[in-house]
Write a new protein. Structure first.
Length: 278
């Protein structure tokens, strides 16, 4: 990372290529919107910033810091926009970014599922070094794609010896500074095999059950998913959406700075969890 003074810069296209190597876009879910979302690949980038979600505060920070590129986990735009006006918050943010020539890139679910993506980072944080996809990528004939047996959504793995649900969730929460993680199930529930799905990962509960997992570690899940998990006897560790993913964007900033030394990269300093404890 280049600190202070004028940075020489790198083309946006080159940075997009590096990001696509870290998180191959073919791993993204079909419904997702990933890759370069705003910007000119031929533009020069000297300063870049990562964040979990682009908000008005993040846009203000980017403009004041003279950022050329925001690498956000959550896409903006996410869904197609019929109009681009200041009548909506997304429209206002996109127009503001465009007017200051700030590009936007998102890998989202591709980064979740990458070999060293968020879910695999979680596996390592809780002591599993050989995790596998919870749901494997399949080809058109219904089989696992050749040469890609380690690709897919979510992760799962076994502990060397059983641990309790409470111990695992506390370790995970401490690793990312989450003071108010929640669980579904007894804290003493014995866990040998764990499933992992960052963000809103409640939809992975059925896959966790099929794979014989004792618990699912995720960011958040609906009330009815929590009831279903309790009925199935599967523990849940709920870290909160923000804490389950933001740490990885901080790591990504450091990784990108190491791989593209012609630019200055940092994680947003103003971003925070919108959910606060009283």
């Amino acid at each position: 990372m280049v600190c202070g003074g004028v940075t020489p810069g790198e083309s946006l296209g080159r940075i997009c290529s590096v990001l696509a190597q870290i998180a191959p876009l073919r791993l993204a879910e079909d419904w997702d919107n990933v890759g370069l979302l705003v910007g000119d690949r031929g533009a020069d980038v000297s300063r870049a910033m990562t964040c979990l979600t682009i908000t008005p505060d993040v846009v203000k920070e980017a403009v004041e810091s003279k950022v050329d590129l925001i690498i956000a986990h959550h896409p903006l735009p996410f869904k197609p926009l019929a109009k681009l006006t200041t009548d909506t918050v997304p429209g206002t943010m996109l127009l503001g970014l465009a007017s200051h020539k700030i590009a936007v890139y998102s890998a989202h679910t591709a980064f979740d599922s990458a070999a060293d993506g968020i879910n695999n980072q979680w596996a390592k944080l809780i002591g599993i070094d050989d995790s596998l996809p919870l749901i494997t990528s399949e080809n058109g004939s219904g089989g696992v794609s050749e040469g890609r047996v380690n690709e897919g959504s979510g992760r799962m793995g076994r502990f060397e010896s059983p641990r309790s649900l409470g111990q695992i969730v506390k370790q995970a929460a401490d690793a990312v500074g989450q003071p108010s993680a929640r669980i579904v199930g007894s804290p003493d529930l014995s866990v040998s095999k764990v499933a992992i799905a960052c963000g809103s990962g409640g939809s992975f509960l059925a896959a966790a059950k099929r794979q014989g997992c004792d618990m699912l570690l995720t960011g958040e899940a609906t009330f009815h998913t929590c009831l279903e998990a309790r009925s199935l006897g599967i523990g849940l560790g709920l870290l909160g959406h923000y804490h389950s993913e933001r740490f990885a964007m901080e790591r990504l900033a450091k990784q990108l700075a190491d791989e593209v030394d012609a630019i200055e990269v940092w994680a947003s300093k103003v971003e925070s969890d919108p959910v606060q404890m009283l």
